[in-house]
Design a protein around this ligand. Structure first.
Ligand code: ADP
Ligand code: MG
Length: 306
């Protein structure tokens, strides 16, 4: 009899990789086999692009789940009043549930508003309720309105260096709304690495100038440590010349910041949220899940941006 798992030792073909991820993710053994080194201190990513529908939420939840499957401790903060990340991660986000709103506007500690994602061990979530829609305006009159999230992260006992011990979060992902208002500003001030998903389509680069100007403004006045460390091409259709052209343009512009892995357009990715799941658990062997796992691995292997 073959030893358990040895059927999948040859992961050189896409089919073998798919089978391996599928089986290991279902048995929960992925983290043991592919344990990835943990970073020296918590890496805080801001997933932003003021364009809607480019894959911010999809990339947040799937990269976060991928990192958790690789043995990392991960926290996702849903900063979009629509609560799509909360839905995909299967956490309650009805009005009244402790949420991002309570943390940002009421000053409730981050540790008191996070809850475990029921389907992905090692992944916690701060849900967004509809209350957050009002926060953009309510925050205007609040003291130090742009650094509320910074303060909340700094006060969390599990965010920081290796002295914290094994329970420490290795990654925090903040899923931003499709605008450059006070919510996104809070994330840009609090984060260290910016993660920009770019949809591989004709207007891909439109609006990026404005986003990068905002980043520069934040660097100069509010958060000098912010860097655009990670760009991910999403909804990539390898059959079209257009997608290849866009990818080339984005790589020409951003160079090494662009992950080698591009995420293909895939029905499995788009239907997973309607089952309250990430594609990483919904269909771990699918091309979308494997790409997101590969993107997660790339992010971990590159290490924190300098
Ligand atoms: P954003 O958060 O930037 O608004 P989403 O992550 O919500 O964008 O994605 C927008 C839409 O595109 C969603 O319906 C999502 O399911 C779909 N989508 C995202 N990535 C993919 C993909 N790789 N393949 C197919 N559909 C995708
Ligand atoms: Mg979104």
């Amino acid at each position: 009899m073959a030893e358990s798992g040895s059927d999948f030792d040859d992961v050189s073909t896409p089919l073998a990789r798919a089978a391996e991820h599928s089986v290991l993710a279902r048995s929960g053994a992925l983290a043991d086999r592919h344990r990835t080194e943990r970073p020296e201190s918590t890496r805080v990513f801001v997933v932003a692009n003021q364009k809607g529908g480019v894959g911010k939420t999809t990339s947040t939840v799937n990269v976060a789940a991928g990192l958790a499957q690789l043995g990392q401790r991960v926290l996702v903060i849903d900063l979009d009043p629509q609560g799509n990340a909360s839905t995909a991660l299967n956490v309650d986000h009805h009005r009244g549930v402790p949420s991002t709103y309570d943390m940002l506007v009421e000053g409730v500690p981050l540790a008191e508003v996070s809850t475990p994602c029921p389907d992905v061990p090692g992944l916690d979530v701060v849900p967004a309720t509809i209350d957050l829609a009002g926060a953009e305006i309510e925050l205007v009159s609040v003291v130090a309105r742009e650094s509320r999230l910074t303060k909340a992260l700094a006060a969390h006992p599990l965010i920081g260096g290796s002295e914290i011990g094994p329970d420490r979060y290795d990654y925090v992902f903040v899923d931003c709304p499709p605008s450059l208002g006070l919510l996104t500003l809070n994330a840009l001030v609090a984060g260290r690495e910016m993660f920009i998903p770019i949809q591989a389509e004709y207007y891909a680069l439109e609006g990026l100038g404005q986003l990068l100007e905002t980043v520069e403004m934040v660097r100069q006045h509010l958060n000098p440590t912010l860097v655009v460390s990670t760009i991910l091409l999403t909804m990539y259709d390898a059959r079209t010349r257009l997608a290849a052209g866009v990818a080339e343009e984005v790589r020409g512009h951003f160079g090494d910041q662009v992950l080698k892995t591009a995420v293909p357009r895939s029905v499995r990715v788009s239907e997973a949220p309607s089952y309250g799941q990430t594609v990483m658990t919904y269909d771990p062997g699918s091309a979308g899940a494997l790409s997101y796992l590969e993107a997660a691995r790339e992010i971990a292997q590159r290490g924190a941006a300098q």
